[in-house]
Write a protein that binds this ligand. Structure first.
Ligand SMILES: NC(=O)c1ccc[n+]([C@@H]2O[C@H](COP(=O)([O-])OP(=O)(O)OC[C@H]3O[C@@H](n4cnc5c(N)ncnc54)[C@H](O)[C@@H]3O)[C@@H](O)[C@H]2O)c1
Length: 355
């Protein structure tokens, strides 16, 4: 099997590096002289690509997701990742899933209060430490760094520290965010500004602090967290919706600018996920109201589930954080080499009916 894979790699490289088909085949034969032609080889080796005798250019290996290799969409072996908002929820699931798939992970979080304009209980240093404990359970290096994504100087120090300690930064996930439920006309200035500053400016800070390391190494994966609420309006959560909508514009612009350095930038779009961000009464009653029902003021989680689940294609009231993290692994992997400027939805079925 390995000989076959090496042969295909060599074949591609031979073609790409200008050696022509003969050189490519010579390398391939050297790589697996003793390997008999197998069904796998027949499937994975393309015929020479020509048009009227002129060869068709092929992207160089670093600009390609190929060749086919078992597990290449799920393994991050040897990669170094930084995940913000990693103390809990989706950020923690992504950090731990990266480690489970072979990456060393630096878990960044403020692990404390962010703003009065946040409906969620603050995360704690203990939660951040627990994320690192879970990373290490997979035999990977991991560490916690407390930092505020609104402070770009602090993020630049983190980037320098990770570069010095680990030698590179392959993957950055900008996950940290807060949410505010408040009718637009009832908002204090902070209900608007703090959410935009934290979520949109903080995500831009994260890209601006870490991408220079990736530019220098001419390689990288950036994943930002948007939301279904960034694809449509949200009654009584306009600052959150606007911040998540803005993150998509930021992601697409960054993808255009950073592609020349072989850096991909994509957005994960979760549906409703049960985390500290969403587990409070206002969110539960809004969840019920979105289905057209008049909700009780303090619905139980079961009441909210029972109303919402029938409206979702996969018949769940909400998802779990580790439903989202496999998509992050794919976007961070070599298999996603040609995916950039894209929105990747994991919603249990909201995607089937929303924008
Ligand atoms: N839970 C959902 O239903 C849902 C749906 C769509 C998108 N999202 C997005 O997924 C991401 C994670 O959400 P979650 O539900 O896991 O939330 P969460 O509240 O459980 O986790 C967010 C983490 O970000 C950290 N954080 C917030 N502001 C920070 C700052 N200034 N500096 C450093 N750390 C900060 C918090 O301390 C917390 O640990 C967010 O971007 C959110 O908008 C969540």
């Amino acid at each position: 099997m390995t000989g076959t894979i090496e042969k295909h790699d060599a074949l591609r490289r031979g073609l790409v590096m200008g050696g022509g088909l003969a050189a490519g085949l010579a390398m391939a034969n050297a790589a697996s002289a003793a390997t008999a032609t197998s069904t796998l080889e027949m499937q994975t080796q393309d015929a020479p690509r020509t048009l009227d005798g002129n060869s068709v250019p092929e992207p160089p290996p670093e600009k390609s997701a190929g060749p086919v290799r078992p597990g290449r969409g799920s393994m991050l072996t040897g990669k170094v990742a930084v995940v913000t908002g990693a103390a809990r929820g989706i950020g923690r699931a992504i950090a731990v899933e990266f480690a489970a798939n072979g990456a060393d992970v630096v878990a960044v979080d403020i692990a404390g209060p962010v703003s009065p304009a946040s409906n969620a209980e603050p995360a704690t240093p203990d939660e951040l430490a627990d994320t690192v404990r879970q990373i290490k359970q997979y035999g990977r290096r991991g560490e916690a760094i407390r930092a505020d994504i609104r402070d770009i100087a602090a993020l630049r120090r983190v980037a320098d520290q990770v570069q010095t300690t680990y030698g590179k930064i392959d993957i950055v996930v900008a996950d940290a965010a807060i949410q505010r439920w408040m009718p637009l006309l009832d908002m204090q200035d902070s209900d608007w500004h703090d959410v935009i500053d934290n979520n949109l400016n903080g995500t831009a800070n994260t890209i601006r602090a870490f991408a220079p390391k990736m530019v220098a190494q001419k390689n990288g994966r950036i994943i930002v967290l948007s939301s279904m609420q960034g694809l449509h309006g949200t009654k009584d959560a306009s600052s959150y919706s606007a911040s998540k909508w803005g993150i998509i514009g930021l992601m697409k612009s960054a993808a255009l600018e950073l592609g020349q350095y072989n850096i991909t930038v994509n957005a994960l779009i979760p549906g409703l996920v049960d985390t500290a961000l969403t587990r409070y009464y206002k969110r539960l009653s809004e969840t019920m109201a979105e289905t057209g029902r008049k909700p009780p003021e303090k619905p139980t989680p079961q009441e909210a589930w029972d109303v919402r689940a029938p409206t979702v294609a996969l018949k769940v009231g909400w998802l779990q954080p580790d439903d989202i993290s496999p998509a992050a692994v794919f976007l961070a992997s070599d298999a996603a080499a040609m995916v950039t400027g894209a929105e990747y939805q994991v919603t249990g079925g909201d995607s089937a009916k929303d924008v």
